[in-house]
Design a protein around this ligand. Structure first.
Ligand code: AMP
Length: 341
């Protein structure tokens, strides 16, 4: 475990970090009892499962995998997860390559998606709490960046609460877009989620650690206001809003948001990747280093977040149907320049 992490040890169904060597075979139902669905992602579904022998609970994620190029991508995801041993990053327990699919057996995170929890009327969202979340995200991403790994898909759906009784402790999931990064070797991709991707992704320019920092800026903006800063009427408009990089805090929802928080967001949403502060710099920013200074309830943000979460769920349900169709039809996962939602 990384000894530098400052947040308390999270609760949850944890196990010691393991180096996973994927096994061949359709082993999910042979080894586990498949229980409730937990969610759906870009390429398949996630279920709660229980080990038939030990009774231990995990999350099983199954994705279509037919072509060698897809297999290579999933092998890379496993290799990257093997390199990531941090309490704020989801851990991999084992993996199976079946004939047409891959199954990841993952640490079970029982608190649900962070933004779902916050969108609950009873939730008292304050900047003090938002700082707690963003600090944990920065600590986890700092660990990844020190290992020269970029996440490249930081967005609300990929931030889960560790357990229902610990809504202040989060975990980052989904390393399907993560990549190793070598300075001086340009890394270019064109995938991600339009509302959260940085301008360099849209422009197919070289990426860097700042690419994740941009997404943290967007997540912070949404967290404090419930509004999505670059959302357009369609995907094209969203992407052109991203490249225009115009951020404002004009909406009434920002009335109760501190100037320090706005400055933090503005620094992260700089058009130039190299200008954005890294995680360690962020952790020293005034907003993140005075966690107890803003205790006002952000009730407008909670109301907006309800709509934000509903909209994202609707988009994802359409994607999940497409993913299941792909899984059933045995069609391939995208390996080209495509944006997921
Ligand atoms: P993913 O395909 O990894 O983006 O996951 C899709 C959704 O499934 C997430 O947004 C979560 O709601 C849920 N999920 C994924 N992994 C886990 C996990 N390890 N424990 C609990 N729920 C999960």
């Amino acid at each position: 475990m990384d000894p530098t992490v400052s947040v308390e040890e999270p609760l949850g169904e944890q196990f010691q970090h393991r180096m996973v060597n994927p096994k061949p075979g359709e082993l999910l139902e042979e080894t586990y009892i498949v229980k409730d669905p937990l969610g759906s992602g870009r390429f398949g579904k996630v279920w709660l499962v229980e080990d038939k022998q030990t009774g231990k609970r995990f999350a099983a994620k199954q994705c279509a995998c037919r072509r060698p190029s897809q297999r290579k991508e999933f092998e890379m995801e496993i290799e990257l997860m093997n390199a990531l041993d941090h309490p704020k990053l989801l851990q991999l327990y084992e993996a199976f390559f079946g004939k047409n699919d891959v199954t990841f057996i993952l640490e079970l995170v029982t608190g649900g998606e962070l933004f779902d929890r916050i969108a609950d009327e009873a939730f008292d969202l304050t900047e003090t709490l938002a700082v707690k979340y963003i600090r944990q995200i920065c600590e986890a991403v700092s660990y990844m960046h020190n290992k020269m790994i970029l996440h490249l898909d930081l967005k609300p759906e990929n931030i889960l609460c560790v357990s229902p009784d610990r809504l202040d402790s989060i975990k980052i999931i989904d390393f399907g877009f993560a990549r190793r990064y070598t300075p001086n070797t340009p890394l270019k991709i064109m995938f991600g989620t339009p509302e959260f991707v940085a301008p360099e992704v849209v422009n197919f320019d070289p990426l860097g650690k700042g690419t994740d920092m941009w997404s943290i800026g967007v997540v912070t903006y949404v967290l404090l206001s419930g509004l999505s800063p670059f959302m357009g009427d369609d995907e094209q408009e969203t992407l052109s809003n991203v490249t225009a990089c115009e951020v404002d805090f004009d909406d009434d929802s920002f009335e109760d948001v501190s100037e320090e928080a706005k400055d933090f967001i503005c620094q992260l949403l700089s058009i130039r990747e190299s200008k954005r502060p890294g995680c360690d710099q962020c952790l020293k920013h005034t907003w993140l280093s005075k966690p107890d200074s803003h205790r006002k309830s952000l009730s407008a943000a909670v109301v907006n977040l309800k709509k934000f979460v509903a909209r994202r769920k609707w988009v994802r349900s359409i994607n999940a149907v497409r993913a299941m169709t792909r899984l059933q039809a045995g069609l391939k996962k995208n390996d080209g320049a495509t944006f997921s939602k």
